[in-house]
Design a protein around this ligand. Structure first.
Ligand SMILES: Nc1ncnc2c1ncn2[C@@H]1O[C@H](COP(=O)(O)OP(=O)(O)O)[C@@H](O)[C@H]1O
Ligand SMILES: [Mg+2]
Length: 551
């Protein structure tokens, strides 16, 4: 496994060098100790990229390296305010213009998936793909019943590439966890684990089709968002057939402008769709880059969004949803004390945090941006200040919220491009308030109670029996209570490491002594004495200065 990881790291390095990105990398602080690797690599000396500009070279390298890198490029491309525009323009091509695989492969994949000839499945099929992105490409087709559809076909070999890259990420996360002080707070291992789930789910197009169907149901009859219909009979794990969306890709803003689309309305609707998905439906599209968003402008004054690509969707646990809504509301009302208190209550900051100090820090971040349109807020600066506060108050990453945070960053970037005058506060507050009111309305509470009542009665019925068992076990001295918490686990881990360290010091001491004895008393076995002494030194170095992955 480690050999595969090393080979992949070399391959990554080769791609970076080939596309002339080594200068970027070599200049970064993290990579400096490994600079010599670049000079040793033969490919540094002759191979060169086909790309002309730096953006082009970066895009080509990411394309060559596969889906995880392409996704990274897509995410970067949504933040034109944070990276140079020439690079952002190039990376935007990764959203829907990645080089496709051959039409012949697509046809073979479809025929194998259905066990039928293409001509028997579709009345017409365009072998030239409409678009291609990180994990799939789509072809236009017509069903035998006459519907205009697109066929999404998974790129071949995705599982293996992604699996290997996840292993590489896991290895790097493991190293970071060992050697990086901030890892305790930023939890790289958990982040990669969370990412693994998300990206592997994306490779199952049946799952994607189900997500699409759910989202369509959630927005049935809505004038805000259109979701294509799924043709279930034509869906397999690696092939998905859905209604074809006709519209303008949202990044084609000139075209939208020429059609007279109302940009203010579009931006406001975007905010409403986001909050509706997160709070009302608790089911949100979490791959919100422009390549996946179309705009339909039949009525330019009321343009409508249409979304595609439902591979990544997010949901929140009720608890997180509750705290998140509370935080947003408190923030919109400038109630920073409440923001701080909620952070403590939810466990997002350590229990002993001083609420008044956190309140003052939150105020310092939020007050300068309050009620300002997007164009007057520097997102990068806000982010930096937030990171600072997080570090100061020892906030740990919440892996279950990362998908939402990523979506928020994408949506904000999009809103900023679309309509820089957008006032998020004014737009979002009423939406959230109406949701909160609805949640607290007697009707909703009654409905919730009605659905929970059978479970509650069932649980109540079991109380006497459980009590009886507990009393019997207590009387017999067999009652055990399991306490699980991270703090405890960490303590155990620390103790285990301390034990390993203590044991290795003892072993090293014994080896040293026996080596000495060998040298002094058995001249014929001097070499053995030296081996033992060297081994003892190696042991001390290993456990004194290096925290090994085995610990
Ligand atoms: N239903 C559709 N109608 C029209 N175009 C579509 C449809 N679904 C996808 N596309 C186009 O195909 C591109 C790639 O499909 P997508 O589902 O986003 O693949 P990936 O999962 O690889 O990102 C999209 O960016 C979009 O331009
Ligand atoms: Mg996509």
């Amino acid at each position: 496994m480690q050999i595969r990881v090393a080979a992949r790291l070399l391959q990554i390095q080769r791609a970076l060098v080939r596309h002339g990105l080594d200068d970027f990398i070599r200049a970064t602080h993290l990579y400096r100790p490994f600079r010599f690797l670049f000079y040793l690599s033969p490919w540094t000396w002759f191979q060169r990229s086909a790309g002309e500009t730096r953006g082009e070279r970066l895009r080509l390298a990411l394309e060559e390296l596969g889906p995880i890198f392409i996704k990274f490029g897509q995410a970067l491309s949504t933040r034109r305010d944070m990276i140079p525009v020439d690079i952002a323009d190039e990376l935007a091509k990764l959203q829907d213009r990645v080089p496709p695989f051959g039409g012949g492969i697509a046809v073979a994949t479809i025929e194998a998936a259905f066990g039928a000839r293409l001509g028997d499945i579709f009345a017409a099929f365009d072998v030239t793909p409409l678009a291609a992105a990180s994990i799939a490409q789509v072809h236009a087709a017509t069903l035998n019943t006459g519907e205009d559809v697109v066929v999404k076909v998974l790129r071949p070999g995705m599982h293996d590439v992604i699996d290997l890259d996840l292993t590489v990420l896991e290895t790097l996360a493991g190293l970071a966890d060992q050697y990086w002080r901030e890892a305790r707070r930023l939890r790289p291992i958990e982040i990669v684990q969370e990412y693994r789930k998300t990206i592997l789910d994306e490779l199952d197009l049946m799952r994607e089709a189900a997500n699409a169907a759910q989202l369509k149901r959630n927005f049935a009859g809505s004038s805000l968002l259109y979701v294509p219909a799924v043709y279930w009979d034509y869906c397999r794990v690696n092939v998905m057939v859905m209604e074809r969306i006709h519209g303008i890709i949202i990044s084609h803003m000139d075209e939208l402008r020429a059609r007279g689309a109302n940009f203010a309305k579009l931006a406001e609707n975007g905010v409403e769709i986001f909050f509706t998905q997160v709070f009302r439906h608790n089911f949100f599209h979490a791959d919100m880059h422009p390549g996946n968003i179309f705009v339909q402008v039949e009525d330019p004054a009321n343009p409508r969004y249409a979304a595609v690509d439902f591979g990544i969707v997010g949901t929140l646990q009720p608890r997180d949803q509750h705290y998140l809504a509370g935080n947003f509301m408190a923030f919109f009302e400038r109630d920073y004390g409440r923001v701080a208190a909620l952070h403590v209550e939810s466990g997002w900051v350590p229990a002993g945090t001083r609420v008044d100090e956190l309140e003052s820090a939150v105020r310092t971040v939020c007050e300068p941006i309050f009620n300002k349109p997007l164009k007057e807020i520097s997102f990068a600066q806000v982010l930096l200040r937030l990171f600072e506060v997080a570090r100061r108050f020892d906030m740990t990453i919440q892996p279950q919220l990362i998908l939402l945070q990523k979506t928020l960053v994408n949506v904000e970037g999009l809103g900023r491009e679309l309509y820089p005058e957008l006032d998020i506060f004014k737009t979002a507050q009423p939406i959230l308030r109406s949701w909160m009111r609805e949640r607290m309305s007697p009707r909703t509470i009654l409905r919730r109670m009605r659905t929970q009542l059978p479970d509650a009665i069932e649980a109540l019925k079991q109380v006497p029996q459980v009590l009886q068992i507990a009393i019997r076990e207590a009387a017999e001295g067999r009652l055990t209570i399991q306490v699980k918490d991270r703090g405890n686990h960490k303590l155990r881990e620390d103790m285990r490491r301390a034990n390993i360290r203590r044991d290795s010091v003892i072993v090293a001491g014994v080896l040293w002594l026996s080596g000495l004895i060998c040298l002094a008393l058995f001249p014929r076995y001097q070499w053995f004495g030296w081996v033992q002494m060297l081994a003892s030194i190696a042991l001390v170095i290993r456990y004194r200065y290096v925290r090994s992955p085995l610990e």
